[in-house]
Design a protein around this ligand. Structure first.
Ligand code: MLT
Length: 329
């Protein structure tokens, strides 16, 4: 509790020192690289609410969905935005997967952004349309093999988390070209197509799939984390892909917050202090945990730790994607 009070005091002192400049009356925009209603959008809207509170209620946040090209259109927009703290990028693992999939990327993840801190970690689930005959992973994988070339897998664009997961999974089961990939502007529209039976399967974050699984509108076959989600009431008995024989398969999605390079240090410090406080908001934590996500520990909200983590993910994902991936351009 003492730590929370110290954080709150630090945040208030930062805001009062700069209150006359940032954030002022201009809204702070959370640019979300995918369509409204999806997992990334969900994190952004919940975080905006928590940060509105942690900045004393004076700051006005707007969520701007800029989807397309696996999140690279949004990242390019923010990288080229005015570095004044009013345009922030809320992005996920796509920050580290895009360079291995887009040869002509118009930004450099480590050079063109200021790192504001990590937010959460989110497991993924391998799910199918309700009409699929399979009811467990082994039957599901056999069905995929028996229908090679006839099925389609949805994702949110090359470089998206759903695309990366599908790529890694198809490579792990040696079914790289067994399915047609169908890109959407985010996994919210993809989920609508899956529930409606227009696409056959998808890999997506639990923040988007939990509700549909619980309602029986999609079938869940596996989780992508190395360890079972034993504390998750809904998914604790769903096998991991490792348990299903995919050696070493381990994919957890993460979200972070970024500002354009050159944003003033005092503004960055204010936003980081507000983010730290927001991630301790019991309401935000409860919403995240209710959807299978885990809010990161304080040290990972330190900008230097955030940047070091993304740098390590860039190196980790490059060979994984090159071994399994299809280049975008
Ligand atoms: C992804 O697949 O990259 C995201 O889950 C898409 C989204 O947040 O809509």
């Amino acid at each position: 509790m003492k730590r929370l009070l110290v954080l709150a005091a630090a945040a208030v002192s930062l805001f009062s020192a700069n209150a006359q400049t940032f954030p002022g009356t201009k809204p702070i925009s959370f640019v979300v690289p995918f369509a409204a209603g999806g997992p990334t959008d969900r994190v952004a809207r919940d975080l905006a609410e928590a940060m509105r509170k942690s900045m004393g209620g004076g700051a006005n946040f707007v969520v701007e969905n800029v989807n397309g090209a696996g999140g690279t259109i949004a990242a390019t927009k923010v990288a080229k935005s005015a570095p004044d703290g009013h345009t922030l990028l809320l992005h996920h693992i796509g920050m580290a997967s895009a360079p291995a999939l887009y040869r002509k990327l118009q930004y450099k993840p480590l050079d063109d952004f200021e790192y504001l801190g990590m937010i959460n970690e989110v497991p993924m689930t391998l799910i199918g349309k309700p009409q699929l005959v399979a009811n467990n992973y082994r039957d599901f994988e056999n069905y995929i093999r028996a229908n090679a070339g006839k099925l389609n897998i949805a994702h949110a664009g090359l470089g998206s988390a759903s695309h990366l997961c599908g790529l890694m999974w198809q490579s792990a089961i040696n079914a790289k070209d067994a399915m047609t990939t169908i890109p959407f502007g985010g996994t919210a529209p993809a989920m609508n197509a899956l529930v409606g039976g227009q696409v056959d399967l998808m890999c997506d974050q639990t923040t988007n799939t939990s509700g549909q699984i619980e309602a029986g509108r999609v079938k869940v076959f596996a989780v992508t984390t190395a360890k079972p989600l034993s504390s998750n009431k809904l998914l604790k008995d769903v096998p991991t892909l490792q348990e299903m024989g995919l050696k070493g398969f381990d994919l957890t999605i993460w979200h972070g917050l970024y500002a354009p390079k050159g944003t003033p240090p005092a503004v960055l410090a204010q936003i980081n202090a507000a983010l730290k406080l927001a991630l301790k908001d019991p309401e935000f934590i409860k919403k995240q945990e209710g959807l299978g996500a885990v809010v990161v520990a304080d040290k990972r909200v330190e900008p230097a730790m955030h940047k070091a983590f993304v740098a390590s993910e860039l190196s980790k994902l490059k060979p994984v994607i090159e071994a399994a991936g299809k280049f975008a351009d």
